[in-house]
Ligand binder design. Structure first.
Ligand code: FAD
Ligand code: UDP
Length: 397
């Protein structure tokens, strides 16, 4: 008899498996319908021996020391600051929009103070920031909004920014200085040997059994367990009782080129002319040295694996109905990006999973991330950091 059947071996499922097994001595069965662990963070060495991310670029960043320290028990880190260029008006300019973006785009030589005045002169003030259009237009005006955000967003979501919650484009800040990092979180690093290796260490415990290529529906009636942790799409769990929750998908086109370097930045965004949104060159992210290089193009799609919940009021309304159903099932814990319909980054999912574990184990949240010395992953246990585990806020800046 298993104590828990865990559906999904991504961050949500794997953190809970590790915590329940290591922290509470529970017996867990993790099943995933894919042929691998690590969910969307799965990475692997391709035929050329280059480490790539199967489901698009995954860059770890967090402001939560607890989350960073917790994962640090299963991996060494390689410090990494992510940078993105946007292809606009035939130029490659820094994204997020910063002082250099404006100077390059308009052939100017403004200072930080002057660019503040420039933004103030073009910004369209609104009383209430409600949509993804409002966020950008109220900061940098309509022209920059149209060059950098409008078409990218339409392509990515098949919606106009005015139809999406403010939180979507608010993920990308605007700067008046020359800081060209994509993220400014306190902890920014990549697992030194990749995400999949980190997951292998998390799940390496005698109480954890893993079944891959396995939809939970194939086994749920035959394998005895007490409770379920579910990290798949919430609408599917309830057989679409209130209709389909929209999720956005992507098609990934992977290529390897016979050259050491393909582009001048880890990611180049293509807001306007192309059918794809961005191109990622993995060697920047992983630090791997190789005489060839692998890249991926992302083509947004309506159909396919559900990757992104779509934050807008009508979807929140549908989700709230499913949430009420989920709350009526004390035997099932819904956790993760698809099961809670939240556009969360990896660190936010880890924090969410640790919070759920804290509740299950009847622990204060600050104790939930503690990996005890005798059971830590590599035998090199460090004492846990006893700070609060908190659900990290969105990275809106
Ligand atoms: P998932 O990783 O989706 O895991 C859920 C698992 O459940 C899947 O493996 C699925 O196969 C399995 N499953 C579903 N239904 C069933 C079923 N019926 N039976 C069995 N198994 C099932 N976050 C960052 O922090 N930084 C980034 O740079 C970043 N980049 C991203 C880029 C892309 C293109 C995408 C799509 C996401 C990105 N994210 C990033 C977000 C990150 O992928 C998620 O926050 C994280 O992977 C969510 O983990 P999860 O466990 O909730 O979900
Ligand atoms: N966005 C944009 N232009 C860009 C980058 C981002 O319009 O060059 C908008 C777009 O709507 C995107 C959102 O901001 O979906 C969030 O961007 P982020 O890079 O965080 O997306 P993710 O990495 O989650 O796909």
């Amino acid at each position: 008899m298993f104590d828990y059947l865990i559906v999904g071996a991504g961050f949500a499922g794997s953190v809970l498996a590790e915590r329940l097994a290591n922290g509470s001595g529970k017996k867990v069965l993790v099943c995933d319908k894919r042929p691998h662990i690590a969910g969307n963070a799965y990475d692997f060495y391709n035929d050329e021996g280059i480490l790539i991310h199967k489901y698009g670029p995954h860059i770890f960043h967090t402001n939560s020391r607890d989350v960073f320290d917790y994962l640090g028990r299963f991996t060494e880190w390689r410090e990494y600051q992510h940078r993105v260029l946007a292809s606009v008006d035939g130029m490659l300019v820094p994204m997020p929009i910063n002082l250099d973006t404006i100077n390059a785009l308009y052939g100017l030589n403004l200072t930080s103070f002057e660019v503040e005045d420039f933004f103030a002169s073009v910004a369209e003030k609104t009383d209430r920031i409600r949509t993804s259009e409002d966020v950008v237009v109220s900061k940098v005006g309509r022209e920059l909004y149209e060059k950098f955000f409008k078409n990218y967003t339409r392509k990515q979501w098949d919606l106009d920014p005015s139809e999406l919650d403010a939180s979507v484009t608010a993920r990308v800040p605007t700067r008046t200085n020359r800081d060209d990092r994509y993220f400014t979180d306190s902890y920014q690093a990549m697992p030194k040997h990749g995400f999949t290796r980190m997951f292998e260490k998390m799940l390496d415990h005698p109480n954890i059994k893993i079944m891959l290529n396995c939809d939970y529906r194939e086994i749920a009636n035959d394998i005895p367990y007490r409770e379920m942790i579910y990290s798949g799409p919430v609408d599917s769990f309830f057989n679409y009782r209130y209709g389909k929750l929209p999720y956005r998908s992507l098609e990934f086109k992977h290529e390897t080129h016979d050259t050491e370097k393909f582009q001048t930045a880890p990611v180049v965004n293509y807001p306007n002319e192309q059918a794809y949104t961005r191109v990622t060159e993995f060697k920047y992210l992983t630090g791997q040295e190789h005489k060839k290089t692998s890249i991926v193009y992302e083509y947004p799609q309506a159909e396919g694996d559900p990757y992104y919940p779509i934050p807008r009021p009508e979807n929140a309304e549908i989700y709230n109905k499913y949430k009420a159903l989920a709350e009526s099932r004390p035997d099932v814990h819904f956790v993760g990006r698809l099961a809670t319909y939240k556009y969360y980054n990896m660190d936010q999912i880890v924090a969410q999973a640790l919070t759920v574990y804290g509740k299950i184990a009847g622990m204060k949240r600050k104790e939930a991330a503690v990996v005890s010395e005798k059971v830590s992953a590599n035998g090199k246990a460090k004492l846990p950091v006893s700070e609060k585990v908190q659900v990290v806020g969105t990275t809106v800046q």
